[in-house]
Design a protein around this ligand. Structure first.
Ligand SMILES: Cc1cc2nc3c(=O)[nH]c(=O)nc-3n(C[C@H](O)[C@H](O)[C@H](O)COP(=O)(O)OP(=O)(O)OC[C@H]3O[C@@H](n4cnc5c(N)ncnc54)[C@H](O)[C@@H]3O)c2cc1C
Length: 455
């Protein structure tokens, strides 16, 4: 029975955002209770060990893109260990005209790659001279076409956006979806000039922690979640809470679940769940007032795991391969987790993670496991030359609301969140409805909120 508990902060959701936030609130000396719908923590993060393979059912890797993520691992020292990617898996492949090509990582490969048109390779030389964009709602596709040319959009940015957002560069707005890229143009007038300038700016020790390396936790991302759960204290996490709703009280808020089985009173309540959960969580807010938030669109994603005990296909000496929309194949991309991290497959085997669906192919999520399995096996045979043998392990995972799309409506959503937080002091709407979609963004938000809301 969890009736009548009191705390300073209630956090809704024990995904990476909620756990990180609770961890740092406690470090700041505050009391926190997390209310979680499922019987386990981690949200979309989960690692499974099965038949000699260790695979992720959700995200596979993060990027050390800010100091906060590196600091989280240091703060959890002894509870989990950071594992960075094998340097041999650095290459990213892009599919074009029947074969994989390495995404160029320097000037010479960029000139020689068949991925981009010769015209666009010349065009890029003039990129620093091109005028700065004026439209704050310019889509990523429009920005890239304007500055770099169509073939860069088709064979670099489109597959990159599939890999991160499972999204469509024609609807994602750069200022919200890739703010660092937007600021590069706005602050330096050009991507190339901005990148050169940044390469010469001295970085302090804290900034240097953002190495941009690909990472996981040793043993899988679930180890990070387990460490956070342990640090926060299992007794401070109420799992299996159905029908959660929040209401304002005389002082603060009351969070209720399971028809009154759980009640938690707190000064502040912080949601870290998707926009589509908010109408039920916040019944005291008229639905129309939440519309700018609930309008947020999500990409549905299917992830299929294929494990081979004896890999007989081509060398998987890369991070994985991405498939541009122009190539009209049924998958978004294939990651090679057993090339990226140690211990993910038996010694002679391979573990592949195949992504399908996204904004451009929403029907994929409706397909049966058998249909997905057939597509995946065919793609592996054709693109990775695994001619003999079937995967010994084949698992399919679906996410209806995998990745929020930061589109034009983002401005109204962010304004609405600010207004609601102003109207109901102590209510904080967080999670990936704002501040970025990646693992490092989630950790940074959790850490920042813990600072912002602890006097
Ligand atoms: C398939 C997939 C692949 C991804 N790949 C990558 C990647 O490679 N790299 C990367 O950086 N990022 C990736 N991401 C994004 C990243 O994983 C997420 O942004 C991040 O893990 C989200 O964490 P969160 O805590 O904000 O949300 P979630 O993980 O969604 O957690 C929210 C929690 O709230 C709970 N909840 C929901 N509703 C309620 C309710 N009404 N009451 C109580 N609890 C509730 C849920 O059960 C869940 O535990 C991927 C995401 C997906 C889905």
């Amino acid at each position: 029975m969890e009736k009548g508990r009191k705390t300073e902060y209630t956090v809704i959701g024990a995904g990476l955002t909620g756990l990180t936030l609770a961890f740092y609130l406690q470090k700041a000396g505050k009391t926190v209770i997390i209310v979680e719908r499922e019987e386990r923590t981690g949200g979309v993060i989960n690692t499974v060990a099965e038949e000699g393979f260790v695979y992720e059912t959700g995200p596979n890797t993060g990027v050390l893109g800010n100091p906060e993520i590196a600091e989280l691992f240091s703060d959890l020292d002894g509870l989990c260990e950071l594992e960075t990617a094998n340097p041999l898996s650095k290459n990213r492949w892009i599919w074009k005209s029947g074969q994989w090509h390495a995404l160029p990582a320097g000037f010479i490969p960029a000139v020689s790659t068949p991925l981009f048109k010769v015209r666009d390779k010349f065009r890029i030389l003039a990129e620093p001279l091109r005028k700065k964009g004026q439209d704050p709602f310019e889509t990523l596709a429009a920005l890239v076409k304007r500055r770099l040319g169509e073939s860069f959009l088709d064979y670099a940015v489109d597959p990159f956006i599939s890999g991160i957002y499972a999204g469509d560069p024609n609807t994602l707005v750069t200022r919200f979806a890739l703010p660092k890229l937007y600021n590069l143009e706005q602050n330096y007038g050009s991507f190339i000039r901005g990148a050169i300038f940044k390469a010469f700016v001295a970085r302090d020790d804290r900034d240097k922690k953002a190495t941009r390396e690909v990472f996981s936790a040793r043993g899988g991302l679930k180890m990070l979640v387990n460490a956070l759960e342990k640090a926060v204290g299992t007794g401070n996490i109420i799992k299996g809470c159905q029908l959660v709703s929040i209401r304002p009280a005389e002082r603060g808020f009351i969070t209720e679940a399971g028809g009154g089985r759980v009640t938690v009173s707190s000064d502040k309540v912080i949601t870290t769940t998707g926009s589509y959960t908010l109408p039920a969580l916040l019944p005291f807010i008229p639905q129309e007032k939440l519309l700018p938030v609930t309008r947020l669109r999500y990409a549905g994603v299917v992830q299929a795991i294929a494990g081979f005990k004896n890999w007989n296909g081509r060398d998987l000496n890369a991070f994985g391969g991405l498939v541009p929309s122009k190539e009209n194949r049924p998958v978004l991309g294939i990651l090679f987790p057993s090339s990226i991290f140690a211990g993910r497959a038996p010694e002679k085997g391979a573990l592949l993670s195949v992504f399908l669906g996204g904004m451009k192919n929403p029907g994929m999520i409706e397909k049966s496991d058998a249909e997905i399995g057939d597509i995946v096996k065919e793609e592996i045979r054709e693109t990775l030359q695994a001619v003999k043998g079937e995967p010994e392990l084949l698992r399919v995972f679906r996410y209806m609301h995998a990745i929020p799309q930061y589109e034009r409506s983002s401005e109204e959503r962010l304004t609405c969140i600010d207004e609601l937080q102003g109207r109901y002091p102590g209510l904080i709407l967080a999670g990936n409805i704002r501040d970025g979609i990646g693992i490092a963004d989630r950790v940074k938000q959790g850490r920042n909120l813990s600072k912002q809301y602890t006097p």
